[in-house]
Design a protein around this ligand. Structure first.
Ligand code: PLP
Length: 373
């Protein structure tokens, strides 16, 4: 049985047909012109880019810049992919064999776990506890891991809650993985989206031998349309990923490689993450203020990172019906909690321009008033 990617299917149906789209999870995407200005580049400099396939593993300079972001990583540890999406797909295809099990977080963005299900892998979940600021249930993790566990799938910072794992939680995950020789696949696409004065998220890379770290240009850098992501893995695994990559996409795009290479330049990257932090901080403050209009209805655990948060609402309407009404009556889209197995919640992004953010949040408040009667 094929398991569709519920959240993406829901977004595909609606995201281009609404006036206010708060279903995105990254910071507001950059325009090419604004990016080049921020990077101090002229559009004409792009004219010489040859529209050829790049190196199948990714442009060498780009992979060098990516490797420099991970302690001890070298170019041989990196494969550039079409977004973190392809990275997650290749990871499932490469590592999982019949009889393997995967542990995933609940709730979670189910990209790697969904691929596992589609490979007939048994999926076990470990909860993040809302009442404890979405802390990981480490006892449950220790009780769930077993000799068939091939992958522990982690998203850190986490989608949809914005939780960043404490070092003690990371240590517990490493201990659980080590006890059975499992891989930790750490999807770290929200690294760099920390809110307030939260310190940068530590990668799992370098903390345990069997780690695969995944990231992309889509979230903190505001460039989801570049479709550039990457895998950081032990060197001997990269050819295995490459063999599958040659079937799925052959390579990422030349233009994407060139622009990502500019974006990850040590002079440019901090400007992008600074932009992300400003949008995230301001956006979440605006969202908090707007939601206070119905303080009796909404409850939000402030996210430590990411451009979004998960909002719990106390109304007698399930999340799919709530969001369907929002789409059809207010042309406003958020993600129904049911896409994450969390009813009476919705995920809302807020790292967006102020007017756009306030107008749509106002629509959400209006619908809540109408349902309250
Ligand atoms: C945790 C997580 N991983 C991967 C992706 C896919 O990202 P990309 O645009 O890099 O393919 C997303 C997108 O929402 C995500 O939230």
């Amino acid at each position: 049985m094929f398991h569709p990617f519920k959240i993406e299917s829901y977004l595909t149906e609606h995201e281009k047909n609404v006036t206010y789209n708060y279903s995105e999870s990254g910071v507001h995407p950059l325009k090419l012109g604004d990016f080049l200005e921020l990077a101090g580049k002229d559009l004409n400099e792009l004219a010489n880019i040859e529209m050829d396939y790049p190196n199948v593993r990714g442009k060498i300079e780009l992979r060098e810049k990516i490797a420099a972001l991970y302690p001890g990583a070298k170019i041989g540890n990196i494969l550039t992919t079409i977004g973190a999406s392809e990275a997650n797909y290749l990871t499932a295809e490469t590592l999982l064999k019949p009889g393997d099990e995967m542990i995933a977080l609940q709730p979670a963005y189910l990209q790697l776990p969904g691929n596992a299900l589609n490979n007939n892998i048994t999926l076990r979940t470990v909860e993040l506890i809302e009442d404890q600021n979405w802390a990981l249930n480490t006892e449950q993790l220790m009780a769930t891991v077993n000799s068939s566990t091939k992958i522990i799938s982690i998203i850190n910072p986490h989608n949809p809650t914005g939780h960043i794992l404490e070092q003690a939680e990371m240590d517990a995950i490493i201990q659980a993985a080590e006890s059975v020789g499992a891989w930790i696949v750490a999807d770290e696409v929200y690294a760099g989206t920390e809110r307030g004065d939260t310190k940068p998220t530590r990668s799992f890379w370098g903390q345990y031998d069997r780690v695969i770290a995944i990231n992309s240009m889509s979230k903190a850098y505001g460039m989801p349309g570049l479709r550039i992501g990457w895998i950081v893995a032990p060197e001997e695994l990269i050819p295995e990923f490459q063999l599958r990559h040659e079937y799925t996409t052959i390579s990422s795009t030349m233009l994407g490689n060139e622009l990502a290479n500019i974006a990850l330049d040590p002079e440019v990257r901090p400007k992008l993450t600074q932009r992300a932090r400003e949008l995230i901080n301001f956006g979440f403050d605006t969202l908090t203020e707007m939601l206070s209009a119905h303080g009796d209805i909404y409850k939000v655990v402030p996210p430590q990172a990411s451009a979004m948060c998960i909002v719990r609402y106390d109304l007698p309407i399930d999340s799919l019906a709530f969001v369907d009404r929002l789409v059809h009556e207010k042309s406003t889209l958020v993600v129904p909690g049911s896409c994450f197995g969390l009813d009476h919640h919705f995920r809302c992004s807020s790292a967006l321009p102020e007017t756009y953010l306030r107008e749509g949040l106002n629509n959400i408040n209006e619908l809540v008033s109408e349902i309250k009667g």
